[in-house]
Design a protein around this ligand. Structure first.
Ligand SMILES: Cc1cc2nc3c(=O)[nH]c(=O)nc-3n(C[C@H](O)[C@H](O)[C@H](O)COP(=O)(O)OP(=O)(O)OC[C@H]3O[C@@H](n4cnc5c(N)ncnc54)[C@H](O)[C@@H]3O)c2cc1C
Length: 455
């Protein structure tokens, strides 16, 4: 690999202002806000068009240099920090909302469109429509989040964000452009079927299958009013049944279960947050009453929250997004995971033990995805980046939680490199072979985010 030639070629493709190999520019791309160790990057490039991406991909094949597609870079699990060096393709300049189809309820977007941009665009221009977005900082991209099976405040009602994808346009590892979904046949990006559904290959594959350059994202009706019914539940063993009963009524938009030892008055309780929506005050009030009744009958109790706290809890994205750097030099990472509902009590208790073992204040959140079909279980480990022992503790706690999740029958989500290895160890050998075969066919030179999902 001749680095000077590569720099010159990249400059020819995107222009001098949008490529760099300077240490001071690469610094930020060599790390993320999570607990991963920094890793070296050779180049960063910021293309504006699909054609530029195609040319970069062809160059990478010629030079056999890794390509790492990046949206907001906010997964916290190091997914856009190169494992084997190479070119980070920062997609932020491709930030156009290309179409809103109001009747068929989808948005066609470029990969750099952030969750904040889509949300505010819809609020201003289509106030009856809303996107499913994560409780992440608004600079996270819709595409990056959908491509990792993200979840957010519409997940109980409509599922994870991978399910929101109607179709994609992707630059394959050989530089060809391919459309998947109804858009491969029609001008309408309204569905993934009824043809063989290959979109799934590109979800949670962490940029190893190609670079998504357009994506159709489902939009949903936005009821006029939103509220939350706050509950407390002392015995975590009651949670699965309580959730089962609430999801049965189809009353909730979002259900979050939390457990935190801080502030002190929360210690020992599980918080239950059931979000409800409606078009009239009466509708909201009747839903509120029904949820309160379900709390009473299923081992929980309603708690009136001060308006100030409530305002924060109703924000989109929620306060958690602001917690990313709550101590100077600090940060956090969590093992998100997909878990069966019945495993919540055991996961909760064991995750508390892990936190205490590593001297971290126990903090965890569960978000219900679908009608209780799956739970996003997220024990969170805060750290002070300036303290090596704190960092080691966080990494060890993450590793132990990954193992716990797999033992309980769950799967770590957006797993960092060590977590991916644990998942692969447990994976059915024929699934591994299939994955390997597909990757070898699509990417014979192994240029797409190598090191991830290495089977
Ligand atoms: C405070 C905080 C709160 C959070 N809360 C939530 C939450 O509630 N729900 C949730 O789901 N997440 C949450 N997260 C995690 C994180 O925000 C999401 O994972 C984020 O939305 C990912 O989007 P991104 O643009 O940062 O993706 P990136 O980190 O840039 O990319 C994610 C993965 O997708 C790949 N990728 C990105 N773009 C493309 C593309 N165009 N083509 C091919 N591959 C691509 C990357 O290579 C990488 O492997 C939170 C994070 C923080 C810091």
């Amino acid at each position: 690999m001749n680095k000077d030639n590569i720099l010159k070629s990249l400059e020819d493709i995107v222009g001098q202002n949008f490529v760099s190999n300077k240490v001071e520019d690469l610094f930020i791309y060599s790390q993320d806000p999570g607990a991963s160790e920094p890793r070296p990057v050779d180049f960063v490039v910021m293309p504006k068009t699909v054609e530029e991406i195609q040319t970069i991909v062809r160059l990478a094949n010629k030079e056999i240099i890794p390509l790492i597609p990046m949206g907001g870079g906010l997964t916290l699990s190091g997914l856009v920090i190169p494992i084997k060096g190479g070119i980070v393709i920062d997609l932020k300049r491709m930030d156009q909302i290309l179409e809103i189809n109001e009747l068929s309820r989808y948005a066609l977007i470029e990969p750099g469109v952030t969750t904040g941009k889509l949300l505010s665009y819809l609020n201003e221009n289509y106030p009856d429509l809303q996107p499913a977005i994560p409780d992440a900082p608004p600079s996270a991209t819709v595409v990056g989040n959908a491509l990792i099976h993200g979840s957010g405040y519409l997940s109980q009602k409509y599922g994870n964000h991978g399910d929101m994808i109607n179709g994609i346009e992707v630059v394959l590892p050989n530089g060809d452009i391919c459309k998947l979904g109804s858009c491969s046949i029609s001008d309408y990006w309204f569905s993934r079927g009824p043809i063989p559904d290959l979109v799934g290959l590109f979800i949670s594959s962490f940029g190893t299958m190609g670079i998504v350059t357009k994506l159709s994202y489902k939009l949903f009706p936005k009821p006029k009013m939103r509220d939350m019914v706050f509950g407390l539940c002392k015995d975590v063993n009651n949670i699965p049944n309580l959730v089962y009963k609430i999801t049965y009524t189809e009353l909730a938009e979002d259900i979050l279960i939390g457990k935190a030892d801080k502030p002190d008055y929360m210690k020992g309780y599980n918080t239950v947050m059931v979000y409800i929506t409606g078009d009239t005050k009466d509708e909201l009030e009747s839903k509120r009453k029904m949820i309160k009744r379900l709390y009473r009958k299923n081992g929980a109790q309603f708690m009136n929250m001060p308006e100030r706290v409530m305002t924060g809890l109703l924000e989109k994205p929620q306060f958690a997004a602001a917690a990313a750097d709550f101590r100077k030099g600090g940060g956090f990472e969590y093992v998100g995971s997909f878990l069966p509902l019945e495993k919540v009590p055991e996961a909760c208790e064991k995750a508390i033990e892990i936190s205490k073992k590593y001297n971290i204040i126990p903090t965890q959140v569960f978000r219900i995805i679908g009608k209780g079909h799956c739970v996003m279980f997220a024990p969170t480990f805060a750290f002070n980046r300036a303290d090596p022992l704190d960092m080691k503790n966080a990494r060890d706690a993450l590793d132990e939680t990954n193992k716990l999740v797999l033992k309980l029958g769950g799967i770590p989500w957006k797993a960092e490199l060590a977590g991916q290895k644990l998942i692969i160890e447990k994976m059915d050998p024929n699934y591994k072979n299939l994955l390997k075969t597909i990757r070898n066919i699509l990417d014979p030179n192994g240029i797409m985010n190598p090191g991830n999902w290495e089977v």
